[in-house]
Design a protein around this ligand. Structure first.
Ligand SMILES: O=C(CO)[C@H](O)[C@H](O)COP(=O)(O)O
Length: 262
């Protein structure tokens, strides 16, 4: 039997399980990255096994692809699947318009490509990630290694010109080495405190040579599913502005999976 989950982890599990309800037989799915997305992959694999669903998936990172394959899911290259029906992914922050900051797990590039190639994106999250205005979470920006410190300087100059509140930009490390993404790029984290105009910032960042993509997801997310460790799940849908909360029960058997890989 699995150990009791912390309230935060239970919230992630609850949101992941609820989002998997949106999956239908025959769908082509995008699989997100991160700890919440890992719960989703497990819940999805369980549904596929129990109900015999025929689905195919494109993963947003090597680690998600490995987890999904290890659980028997049919994982293909995005280009083999073409357009997707639905992507389910986590986020680091979301605001009332369901704009997001993503990339805490350094997978923002594949995540944005996959979500943008989907009819619908559902974000699975916990209440701590809901903000009135994006920016407390450092904004990840993926840059190519060539001239990365010059790209960093160009970003800092742009932030100064835009008069953004915080301007510290740091290179993300993995131990004593610069972290490399699945595309062998680097991540710069922008410690901005508060992002006033996320749309403008996103456009400006992507105009800088050396920037591959940034972690602002604007007009991409359709639904946010917020799992609360106390046993509630809230579903917010941007298409009709609706929001409703459901009570849920969770037992240890629900989050016990044969493969404990996260
Ligand atoms: O954007 C991401 C990875 O690049 C993740 O979805 C985000 O960091 C949330 O992760 P977690 O579910 O572990 O809190």
């Amino acid at each position: 039997m699995s150990a009791e989950l912390s309230p935060a982890e239970k919230g992630k599990f609850i949101s992941a399980r609820r989002a998997v309800d949106y999956v239908q037989d025959g769908m082509k799915l995008g699989l997100g990255t991160g700890s919440t997305a890992a719960w989703m992959v497990k819940c999805l694999a369980r549904r596929v096994q129990q109900e015999g669903l025929q689905i195919s998936c494109a993963a947003t990172s090597t680690r998600t692809a490995e987890l999904a394959k290890s659980l028997g899911l049919d994982v293909r290259a995005l280009d083999d699947l073409g357009w997707l029906d639905l992507t389910i992914d986590g986020a680091d922050e979301f605001d009332p318009e369901l704009s997001l900051i993503k990339g805490g797990g350094a997978a923002l590039l594949q995540e944005k490509i996959v979500a943008s190639a989907s009819d619908q994106m559902i974000v699975i999250t916990d209440p701590a990630k809901e903000v009135a205005s994006l920016g407390a979470f450092p904004l990840p920006v993926e840059v190519i290694p060539f001239g990365a410190m010059t790209t960093k300087a160009l970003i800092e100059q742009m932030l100064t010109e835009m008069d953004v509140a915080g301007r510290e930009v740091t290179l993300r490390m993995a131990g004593d080495k610069a972290l490399r993404t699945d595309e062998n790029n680097l991540i710069l984290d922008l410690h901005l405190q508060k992002i006033g105009n996320a749309r403008e910032l996103s456009l400006m960042l992507n105009q800088i040579p050396g920037v591959v993509e940034n972690g602002l997801f604007i007009d991409i997310c359709d639904i946010v599913v917020i799992g609360d460790g106390a046993g509630k799940v809230t579903v917010k849908d941007i298409s009709d502005g609706s929001s409703h909360t459901e009570a849920v029960t969770v037992t240890a058997a629900d989050y016990s999976f044969a493969d404990p890989k996260q």
